[in-house]
Design a protein. Sequence first.
Length: 297
Amino acid sequence: MDFIKVIEGKNSWKRYLSSFIVIIVFIIFGALPYLIISDWVVNTDENPNTYYDFENEDYVGINPLLYFALMNSQFIFWLLGIIIAIRFIHKRKLISLITPNRKIDWKRLGFGFITFFCILGLTSIIDFLLNPGDYFLNDIKISEFLLLFVLVLLLTPLQTTCEELFFRGYLLQFFGKWIRIPFLLSLIVGFIFGALHFANPEMGYSPILVGADYLLTGFIWCYISVKTNSAELSIGAHAANNMLLGWFITMDDSALGNIPSLFVVKNIDPAISLMWTIVSLGIFLFISLRKYKFTRH
């Protein structure tokens, strides 16, 4: 069975257009709790450091853990939109966005998580040894970190899995109706994934280098999904990436907000960061294809 060329259900371009609209509507509605609660906090806490930044169109000064919870809880709506679209418009099961098989291969998903977590952890340790002056213990309370640990454990897999279902499942299968060249298919969907991250505050370090980082990440995870005939490895890797960063590494101008991670990284060099991304993704790509490469007939 082919993960990209879906046989199950109804998958005409008209149904994809309808399902896309449904998913977007749910994503928009998912932002309402964040906006409503953030606005309420700004208007009731009587703190002059908490306000709405009209220039950047964002709320400033909100408790980082509350901000993290609100931002990630939006993905509940995103997931609901995907479920409704796939189940009622495409007439197939949600698992079809993950694997062509009847059951999820949890060993493969776990392999993706553990492998990428270890690779990313190892490259971070090497970078620390080479640049110890860039890493600082974060000035946080134990109670704050423990709460963050739980929030990351519960909410980050929700966030990353929703993105994987949409990009490495829904969009790969949609464009895969016409594009059968794995490299080109991965390039297109990976570019969409990366481009949608261009609004992240990390882009302030270097639009070109950080943008290339996002695009490369999107491409590699798409390519692995196409070549291994499922999104399980990328689901695991994406969760590992965001969970490790959430728990252990934060920086100024991060999409995760000023969360109480264990370490703060200063003097960010986007060129070095891109180099480590290339190394990490290259190793993960090699290991993944060596172990799980799928031969299409």
